[in-house]
Write a protein of this length. Structure first.
Ligand code: SF4
Length: 140
C-alpha cells in the first residue's frame, strides 16, 4: 500500500510517499519526496504510532478567570487522546494557577504531564460574582 503524507516538521512541507507493508503492525519499507532525512523518520512514526500535542482548558474555582488553558508537555500517542481528554475533563482545580504548573502528573499513565499555559489568580467569590453580573448586564 502507498500513503501520501505532508511532513509537518518544517515549513517546506514536503509531500512524502510512503510504501507500507500492511499487517498487524505496519512496516514502512520506503519513503520518497523528502528533502532531508527527518522526513522518512517522521513518516514512519506517523504511520506506526502517530503522536500529537494537545491543548484544552479546565474549570478553575475561586479564580479571577473561570478557566485555565492547559496542554501536554510533550507529544502523546494519538490513540491515547480520548483517555487523556477524559482525565482533563474530570480534574478539578482551585486558584491560584501559574503558567507551567503541573496540573496532572503522568496523564493516562504516560511519561507526560498536563501543564497550565496561563495564570489564574485567586479571587474572592463575591468579586467573581460581581464581575459575571457586570458582564451579563453589559451584554444586554
Ligand atoms: S522532509 Fe525535511 S525538509 Fe521536508 S518538510 Fe520534512 S523536515 Fe522539512
Amino acid at each position: 500500500m502507498r500513503k501520501e503524507l505532508i511532513c509537518v516538521i518544517c515549513p517546506n512541507g514536503c509531500q512524502l510517499q510512503a510504501e507500507i507493508q500492511e499487517g498487524e503492525q505496519p512496516v514502512v519499507t520506503n519513503v520518497t519526496g523528502n528533502l532531508c532525512d527527518k522526513g522518512p523518520e517522521w513518516a514512519r512514526q506517523e504511520i506506526v504510532n502517530p503522536m500529537r500535542t494537545i491543548a484544552s482548558s479546565m474549570l478553575v474555582e475561586d479564580g479571577d478567570f473561570p478557566m485555565v488553558s492547559v496542554r501536554t508537555e510533550s507529544p502523546i500517542p494519538l490513540k491515547k487522546i480520548f483517555e487523556v481528554m477524559e482525565e482533563i475533563k474530570a480534574a478539578r482545580l482551585a486558584a491560584p494557577v501559574k503558567i507551567g504548573d503541573v496540573i496532572i502528573e503522568k496523564v493516562a499513565g504516560l511519561p507526560c504531564n498536563i501543564i497550565a499555559t496561563r495564570n489564574v489568580k485567586k479571587e474572592a467569590k463575591a468579586e467573581v460574582k460581581a464581575k459575571v453580573e457586570a458582564k451579563a448586564e453589559a451584554e444586554y
